[in-house]
Every structure is written in structure tokens, then in C-alpha cells.
Write a protein that binds this ligand. Structure first.
Ligand code: NAD
Length: 370
């Protein structure tokens, strides 16, 4: 299917009008960046589910450069309740069908897409065509082709795109990246870990049409990200296998448990697993001169990190998400790319597709061309 028709790309006339709004927004951002105390950027949350309610809304009370000024929701009543609670005007409550009208709203500079995985492209593209910068939650989409459509929409509309990889801004993961770069423990040669939880209630995460896959899309992506941080690179090859389902009636068209190995160009290897049946939450990387282990590794807080030199207990800010959102705001204000860019989201989708391909082909080694 043609991606433009699938995601409802606007007409050429709309395109030109929206291009100028995107440029105006950037110019505004540039001017704001030059001032001593730039105005806060306005953000609209698109999708008011658990993560938006439980994590992002509280984070947006802590952000220095961004404030919540709108929502996009399927429930107008819910949107109006959010407007009252967070003190933004009712005109800033949109439905998914009216997102294009964001183009006329200067209150909103960026949109944070927090809907089910398969809807990230549609909502990201709608926001981009309305001239708004975008954060898309992870996974960026459910296919590389959809990632490409998102990247194109953001490029032609001259808006920035970032992915909700909150741990990229967490101090212990910063230290992991530094160790990888400086080689204190030697290059990390062996890695392992993963993330799992036991899903007890049926939800969109167990439906391929909305989730794109099972725990790999939702949870495994954290271990995949950590491995790329520890290796300082994307893998060159993947082997994977799906384990037999214990609850096949529950996980009808997605995997319940999957294991995979990532091979890196320098000979490093990582063995990971993810499941909707279990309680794994761990990441470990070993080099010739030392090791680092995160357990729990991927939570919103309370990470425990040990190393061959002893425990690593760095001061952490009150909200990973506030740091992540403020970093993107600085990228907008300073007109530079996010370090957690759409290109990174696409890279991870290439890896995820390789994992599924290998598992589907009985564990065949699949070369990764990112
Ligand atoms: P959720 O089910 O609690 O919320 C999803 C929201 O999308 C709901 O408000 C729902 O009404 C809306 N929605 C719109 N169209 C829908 C449709 N067709 N079907 C179902 N829901 C629809 O989910 P969540 O836990 O908030 O997750 C949302 C996104 O955030 C996912 O992509 C998930 O991977 C991501 N997430 C990220 C983190 C993180 O730590 N970065 C944590 C949790 C979730």
C-alpha cells in the first residue's frame, strides 16, 4: 500500500502552507534560544493512556523548557478534564481526526505520541504535517517502511523527531556509554540480559495489528538499546528463536517469549531474551578488564548497578522522562538533531525485523544492514 495514502498525506497546497509554518516555528525557536530566558515550549500529549497519565504528565510538571498545553484524545470528556487539571484552554483539546488543525495553534510546539505502537506513524505524520516537532514513543513504529514514512514527513516539514528512549538520559546508562567509549573495562565482549513481565490481562500489546509483535517490540527493545550502548555500535548479525508458547490462546498472533543473539563487528556478542511470561530485568556487559551489571536495569527509577570496581550509585534526577523531554526541547531551541533521533528508532526497527526474520527461519543467521 502506498504510504502517503495510508497515512493520509495532505495536498500539495496544504504541504506548502505547512512547510512555511514549520519554518516559522523553527525561526521562533531560534529566536527563543538567543534570549536569556526563552519561553517554555508547549507540548501536546497524543494518547492519554497509562504511560501518559502515570509518567509523562507528572514529568511535565518538572520540565524546565516544556509545559503541557494540549492533548489529542479519543475522549473529549477526558481531554476537557485534562485541560482543567493542567490549566490549558479547551480549544487545545483535539481528537485524532482533528490533529491537522494543530497547524493553526501557536500554543503547541511539539507533540508527544503515546498511542499503541502501530499508530505512532499515523500520529507522528499528522503532527509533522501540522508543523510540530514530534517525540514518538518506542518502538518508533512496527516496520522499517513505516519508520521511513515518519522520517520523510518530518524532513519535508522541517520538524525534528525524537524517540521516547528515556534511559538514554539516565546517569548509569550514560556511564555505560562512557565505559564503552573510554574502554576502562576493555571493549565489552560478552553481554546478556533482557526484560520480561507476566501479562495477565488481554490488551493491545498482545495484538499484532496494534503492537506489531509481542514482548520484543515492547520490552526486548530495552535490552537491544543497552547492547548498542555497550557496544558503541549496531550489531552486524542476528540469530534468534521463538520459544514454545505456554499460553497460546492468549498470544495468538505474537510471540510469548523470544531469545536472540547480537553479533558486533569487533567480535562482541550479546545473548538476550524477552517474554510476557516471567520477571527478568537485567543487563550485564563483560570486558577483559571488568564488568558492569544492572539489576533491575530498565525501570523508571531505582536501578541497581554493580561493577567489578564495586557498586555504582549515581545521583539520579527525579524523573527520567523530564530529562528526556527537556533534552529534546533544547535540541529544538538550539536547532540541532536529537541524540535519540528518528534514525536511532529506525536502526532499532531494522534490528527487530532481523530478529523476527531469524526466528521465522529457524534461527538462521541474518546480517543486519542498518
Ligand atoms: P495504554 O493502552 O495505557 O494507552 C494507549 C492510549 O492510546 C490510550 O489512551 C488509548 O485510548 C489510545 N488509543 C488510541 N487509539 C487506540 C486504538 N486504536 N486502540 C487502543 N488504544 C488506542 O498504553 P501505554 O502503556 O500508555 O503505551 C502507549 C505507548 O507508550 C506504547 O507505544 C508503549 O510502548 C509506550 N510506552 C513507553 C514506556 C517507556 O518507558 N518509554 C512505558 C510505557 C509505554
Amino acid at each position: 500500500m502506498n504510504l502517503c495514502s495510508r497515512f493520509g498525506a495532505p495536498s500539495r497546497r496544504d504541504f506548502i502552507g505547512q512547510l512555511s509554518v514549520g519554518a516559522a516555528a523553527l525561526a521562533l525557536a531560534g529566536r527563543a534560544g538567543a534570549q536569556a530566558a526563552p519561553r517554555k515550549l508547549g507540548i501536546a500529549l497524543c494518547g492519554l493512556g497509562n504511560y501518559a497519565r502515570g509518567q509523562l504528565a507528572p514529568a511535565l510538571r518538572l520540565t524546565q523548557h516544556v509545559e503541557l498545553r494540549g492533548v489529542v484524545t479519543g475522549s473529549r470528556d477526558k481531554g476537557l478534564a485534562w485541560a482543567k487539571e493542567f490549566g490549558f484552554p479547551e480549544k487545545n483539546v483535539y481528537s485524532y481526526a482533528t490533529m491537522a488543525r494543530l497547524i493553526d495553534n501557536p500554543d503547541i510546539d511539539l507533540v508527544y505520541v503515546v498511542t499503541p505502537n502501530a499508530l505512532h506513524p499515523e500520529h507522528t505524520i499528522a503532527a509533522a504535517w501540522a508543523g510540530k516537532h514530534v517525540i514518538s514513543e518506542k518502538p518508533m513504529a512496527i516496520s522499517v517502511a513505516d519508520c521511513d514514512a515518519m522520517l520523510t514527513a518530518c524532513r519535508v516539514n522541517k520538524v525534528k523527531l525524537s524517540i521516547g528512549y528515556r534511559l538514554q538520559f539516565e546517569p548509569h546508562f550514560h556511564e555505560l556509554k562512557r565505559l564503552a567509549r573510554d574502554g576502562d573495562f576493555g571493549p565489552f565482549k560478552t553481554m546478556s540480559g533482557g526484560l520480561s513481565f507476566t501479562m495477565r490481562q488481554m490488551q493491545w500489546r498482545a495484538q499484532k495489528a496494534l503492537a506489531g509483535g509481542g514482548p520484543l517490540m515492547d520490552l526486548g527493545i530495552y535490552a537491544l538499546q543497552a547492547a548498542c550502548m555497550a557496544a558503541g555500535a549496531a550489531p552486524v548479525a542476528i540469530t534468534a528463536r521463538e520459544l514454545p508458547k505456554q499460553r497460546p490462546e492468549f498470544f495468538r498472533d505474537v510471540e510469548e517469549t523470544i531469545e536472540w543473539t547480537m553479533e558486533f563487528a569487533n567480535g562482541a556478542k550479546g545473548d538476550f531474551s524477552t517474554s510476557y511470561n516471567g520477571g527478568l530485568d537485567r543487563f550485564r556487559a563483560d570486558g577483559d578488564k571488568g564488568w558492569i551489571e544492572f539489576a533491575p536495569a530498565f525501570q523508571y527509577g531505582g536501578l541497581k548497578v554493580n561493577t567489578s570496581r564495586g557498586p555504582l550509585a549515581l545521583a539520579v534526577p527525579p524523573s527520567q522522562q523530564a530529562g528526556q523531554i527537556d533534552d529534546f526541547a533544547r535540541c529544538i531551541l538550539e536547532n540541532r538533531e536529537s541524540p535519540v533521533s528518528g534514525a536511532m528508532g529506525r536502526r532499532d526497527m531494522v534490528i527487530i525485523e532481523a530478529i523476527y526474520k531469524s526466528a521465522a527461519q529457524g534461527g538462521k543467521r541474518i546480517e543486519v544492514v542498518a
